[in-house]
Design a protein around this ligand. Structure first.
Ligand code: LLP
Length: 430
């Protein structure tokens, strides 16, 4: 399959460019491997969401899912566009606050929050999506102790099965997330009695990389069924949060745009609104569809070998991009310095990690590859760097942001001392 390049990528004199910057020069200047993000692509994704929902007759708020990409500059750029944030841990909350997300629109998600995390969230004044009654009781204890009123929603398990990888489908009845929707009324009944809680939202998230919009419509219907029930308890519903999950086009097979997404879910939300008295805002938590296609991973070829297969060994592995190894995920690849050459060979691209599962791309048709070439792996802006590790003593690489012809280092490559950071060698063992 010949690669079809879309903005911000283009080719000049046989070399891959991101906006007006050559990927080959980027590697020469900043080293390999290298994560490179296009500001133009990021802004375009953000604006697509803002435009798609600009004409609704109800309020819509976007809470960026920080887990997808928690680079501070990238988060700051998203926060400046008026997005709130979905955070899933104390660390994500810390980073989201640092990036300047509006704390009225930070939702502390998660199915297993410690007292320490709850305390941090309550002190910061953010809202909570509560995953269990155990967690609710812990929030009540902390709120009482700090004399605070905490705004909460319950995470509803809507029992909906989107077509996606089983590891990233989260709204199934068998999933660990949320309270089964049939038990949800009891949970609200219990919560509204407490004066340290402001019970004001309903939350769900059905999964990730979803390219068929109908499960979202189904989820919205379920949320309004819940809304009708809990209104009867006297709850004024301020927000209905349908989570994130809109997929992107990894394989060139197409994926709905935010405006196609809006076309289907706005009427479903309007229909729901007509069945209740409250006027909740619609909250959406996109992650992948904001950052996924903005970023490319550049990685240099260390060896080409004919064995059982034609292997191309590069300097990035599942330490820097775990999605192929973990979910069998497909990412387009190309040879960034040979864009005009004929694709004549079939190669399997593997990383430097000491595991046979360290495969980045399997059986891809590429031009003849040699040591020193630069492979570009596309669509790595979501769950790429944020899922990276130092396995095998590999330092995490640098990240660069490109804006037209300018480049900014937004994360430096780790140093060797980062590999032993926080470790102590007791004197007895020296
Ligand atoms: N909200 C909640 C509560 C979530 O759990 C997630 C993702 C999102 C929003 C954002 O979903 P998105 O719009 O990015 O699909 N590591 C996997 C994806 C895990 C998603 C976890 N939750 C991957 O690389 O495909």
């Amino acid at each position: 399959m010949r690669l079809i390049l879309e903005k911000p990528f283009n080719v000049k004199q046989g070399k891959l460019y991101i906006e007006k910057v050559s990927c080959v020069e980027l590697v020469e200047n900043y080293g390999s491997p290298l994560y490179v993000t296009s500001l133009q692509a990021l802004n375009s994704n953000i604006n697509s969401y803002l435009n798609a929902f600009s004409k609704t007759n109800f309020d819509v708020k976007f809470l960026y899912a920080v887990k997808a990409n928690n680079n501070l500059t990238i988060m700051r750029l998203i926060a400046k566009k008026g997005f709130g944030a979905d955070v899933f841990s104390d660390g994500e909350l810390y980073m989201a606050l640092l990036a300047g997300f509006d704390r009225n629109y930070i939702l502390f998600n998660g199915n297993s929050k410690s007292d320490e995390e709850i305390r941090m969230g309550v002190e910061a004044g953010v809202s909570f999506s509560v995953d269990s009654i155990d967690e609710l009781n812990a929030i009540i204890r902390v709120a009482k102790e700090l004399d605070r009123v905490v705004r909460i929603a319950f995470r509803v398990n809507p029992d909906i099965s989107p077509e996606t990888h089983p590891k990233i489908a989260t709204g199934l009845k068998t999933s660990k997330f949320g309270i089964p929707w049939k038990d949800i009324k009891k949970a609200y009944e219990y919560a509204i009695k407490n004066k340290n809680l402001l019970v004001s939202g309903i939350h769900c998230h059905i999964g990730s990389q979803i390219t068929d919009i109908s499960p979202f419509v189904e989820a919205i219907k379920r949320m309004f069924d819940v809304a009708k029930e809990i209104e009867k308890l006297g709850v004024d519903i301020e927000f209905i949060d349908i989570g994130g999950g809109l997929g992107i086009d990894y394989e060139g097979k197409g994926a709905p745009t935010p405006s196609e997404f809006a076309e289907k879910i706005v009427p479903a939300f309007e229909m729901g609104l007509s069945s209740i008295n409250s006027q909740p805002e619609l909250w959406i938590e996109p992650g992948r569809s904001i950052v996924g296609n903005t970023t490319v991973l550049l990685t240099r070829v260390n060896a080409v070998k004919k064995a059982y297969k034609n292997f191309v060994a590069v300097d990035a592995g599942f330490n820097l991009l775990v999605r192929p190894a973990m979910y069998n995920a497909y990412h387009k690849v190309t040879v960034a310095n040979k864009m005009d050459e004929r694709e004549s060979e079939i190669y399997t691209i593997v990383g430097p990690i000491c595991e046979s599962g360290d495969i980045l791309a399997e059986d891809r048709k590429l031009p003849v590859v040699e040591r020193g070439d630069i492979i570009a792996i596309f669509d790595v802006g979501a769950y790429g760097f944020s899922m990276s590790s130092q396995y095998n003593g590999r330092r995490r690489c640098a990240e660069v942001l490109v804006d037209n012809d300018r480049t900014y280092v937004i994360r430096e490559r780790e140093s060797y001392s980062d590999l032993v950071a926080n470790q102590l060698l007791p004197v007895e063992f020296i």
